[in-house]
Design a protein around this ligand. Structure first.
Ligand SMILES: [Zn+2]
Length: 238
């Protein structure tokens, strides 16, 4: 009798807590936490399945907290419209993003939804950012020709390797991390100064909050490359 009571009580308790989810407006993430490491990982674009697989594989062997977007496309459904989940991390970026995908909306609808994203942002970032100088790793894939040369203009230092594809590279925000990654076999750029107009991507929010951030960008489908680059960070960076 008492065993059954505890059993049902634990089921009831586990339901409404829902502490394995995090959201910013309609953009929802699943949280997977392992061990006590403060290392954080995030997968943001639902169509970038290689990045998701690389992260899932990594989390089988490593400790840290991973945030996976719950979505299958690049853009997320947003109040009968769309939004890019990697253009919401500044108010200016979110405003432009809302307008870009939903130009037909009324000014008041755009304003109301921008306000609600602005309100959720602080808690969201506080939850995903590591404390005590930890590292936040984002995983992305490209498939339309995006490459490291398009980041050179915004970068403060670059290390491009002759024998590497320019579509596979690290983008980091911390100079000490850059120095270590420049010695790696992989391409890397450092972006340590905020641009005049922050487009709302997570890298700028990390930089603004003095969080060490690294994006591992690879071609879609190149799973072994993305796994190798992630393992290299795990092995080399504090
Ligand atoms: Zn992406």
């Amino acid at each position: 009798m008492s065993f059954l009571f505890i059993y049902f009580f634990s089921i009831i308790l586990s339901l409404p807590l829902n502490d394995d989810r995090l959201s910013i407006n309609t953009i929802e993430f699943k949280i997977v936490k392992k061990g006590n490491s403060d290392r954080r990982y995030i997968w943001l674009h639902g169509d970038e399945q290689t990045a998701k697989m690389a992260l899932e594989n990594h989390m089988k062997k490593s400790n840290g907290t991973a945030f996976y977007i719950i979505n299958e496309l690049r853009e997320v459904s947003f109040h009968e419209g769309l939004i890019d989940p990697n253009r919401i991390f500044s108010s200016y970026g979110a405003k432009r993003n809302i307008h870009k995908y939903n130009p037909q909306w009324s000014v008041s609808k755009k304003k109301k939804l921008l306000n609600s994203i602005d309100k959720d942002r602080k808690f969201f970032l506080e939850t995903i950012f590591p404390k005590n100088g930890g590292l936040l790793i984002a995983l992305h894939n490209n498939y339309k020709g995006y490459n490291i040369y398009q980041e050179v203009e915004n970068s403060d230092a670059i290390s491009i390797k002759d024998n590497q594809n320019p579509r596979d590279f690290f983008l980091c925000t911390n100079r000490a991390d850059f120095e270590l990654l420049a010695k790696s076999p992989y391409n890397v750029v450092l972006q340590e100064k905020l641009p005049e107009k922050d487009d709302g991507s997570l890298s700028w929010a990390a930089l603004k909050n003095q969080v060490r951030y690294i994006n591992i960008e690879t071609r879609l489908g190149w799973l072994s490359m993305q796994k190798r680059m992630l393992a290299y960070i795990e092995k080399t960076l504090p």
